[in-house]
Design a protein around this ligand. Structure first.
Ligand SMILES: Cc1ncc(COP(=O)(O)O)c(C=O)c1O
Length: 365
């Protein structure tokens, strides 16, 4: 057997330990998972009801073209139906874009610390990955632009960036897009976009009118709270969407996911509630980090990245022993921890645990 040589070195994705395993191993009764930027407030009750209605159709294949959901979302976003594509999470859109656009030897540009699936999928296609250092945790758009040449096929911009949480602003992104040659596709990942009300934050859909070489990615996994259903989407020029659709599996998204997503976009009250709670959570956590003398990147999504001032795997383990699952081991931020903004109670428990960890180490040190 001979697999593609370029995949041999790729790591198999290691999911976090199941909460039940962590409880048993550490003898804890309660675990708070703040590791995957899920929605701590669940999902819309309307989405749950829509799934229940689908139970009678479990034996029927889904609508491969997601016609009803496409129509509802196109109306909400003010785009044409041929400008939308759905995937099993926006992760699958990333996979499909890489599959549709990259051939071996192509170059693709991304930040050095960003959502890992861009690099992973580019490597599967045997493209050459050009990583550009973040500047103060932010995409360095001029430096990324300077890497463009005639082999460049895709530039990936994660806005807000996972894991740092920073954003690029409307003027920064617009200036950048104006200078990107038309043969280069820009992927703008807005997985956390619905959380943001800052007037400086660009709405990728508005930019599509001016820039045809752009695809915007969004997901139902974050503010909509439907991560387990695996559904996300891409919005782009009809040509970009058509090429991406050509590599899509016929029945990729499920009936339950399509129905829940359609119900979820109509439940404005749930989204407003989650956005407000998240804003309060960021304010609370920022205040607590300030009190503890810890610096952090400005947060826009439903997660925050702070400098623990000691090796992050140690802090991760110490938090885990206190029942908090966080995220550590960043290549370029060895002392930083990323945590999801939880409910107020979860945030308070996290801060109490963090304070103990920091004090314990001070005493020992
Ligand atoms: C920036 C970013 N993009 C995309 C995704 C993928 O989400 P999903 O595949 O659940 O839509 C995530 C998930 O954490 C993310 O953080």
């Amino acid at each position: 057997m001979q697999p593609k040589s370029n995949i041999v070195h790729l790591p198999v994705y290691q999911p976090g330990k199941p909460v039940e395993d962590v409880k048993r191993e550490l003898g804890l009764t309660e675990i708070i998972k703040l590791a995957s930027n899920e929605n701590p407030f669940g999902c819309s009750e309307h989405a749950k009801a829509a799934i229940m209605e689908e139970l009678v159709n479990l034996n029927i294949y889904p609508d491969g073209a997601s016609i009803e959901l496409t129509a509802a979302l196109a109306a909400k976003l003010g785009v044409e139906t041929n400008q939308l594509i759905f995937g099993t999470g926006s992760s699958e859109i990333i996979l499909m874009v890489a599959r549709a656009f990259l051939v071996p030897g192509d170059e693709t540009i991304m930040a050095d610390e960003t959502f890992p699936q861009y690099k992973h999928n580019a490597e599967i296609e045997n493209a050459r990955v050009i990583e550009v250092p973040l500047k103060d945790g932010k995409h360095d758009l001029p430096a990324m632009l300077a890497k463009v040449n005639n082999r460049t096929k895709i530039i990936w911009i994660c806005n807000p960036n996972n894991p740092t949480g920073t954003i690029v602003s409307i003027p920064e992104l617009t200036e950048f897009l104006k200078q990107v040659p038309s043969h280069v596709l820009v992927v703008l990942d807005e997985a956390y976009g619905e959380y943001i009300e800052d007037p400086d934050y660009p709405d990728g859909v508005q930019l599509l009118r001016e820039f045809r070489n752009l695809i915007v990615l969004r997901t139902f996994s974050k503010i909509y709270g439907l991560a387990s259903l695996r559904i996300g989407y891409g919005i782009g020029h009809a040509d970009v969407i058509r090429f991406t659709n050509q590599v899509r599996e016929p029945f990729n998204t499920t009936r339950a996911a399509q129905a829940a997503a359609k119900a979820a976009i109509a439940d404005h009250a749930f989204i407003t509630y989650c956005r407000e709670q998240n804003k309060q959570g960021i304010a609370y956590l920022s205040g607590q980090f300030d009190r503890l003398g810890l610096t952090y990147f400005p947060a826009y999504g439903n997660f925050m990245m702070f400098d623990a001032k000691r090796p992050s795997p140690e802090v991760f383990d110490a938090l885990l022993r206190r029942g908090i699952i966080s995220r550590s081991r960043w290549t370029y931020y060895p002392n930083h921890i990323r945590i999801t903004v939880g409910t107020q109670q979860q945030n308070e428990q996290f801060i109490a645990a963090l304070e103990q960890v920091l004090q314990e180490e001070t005493v020992q040190g």
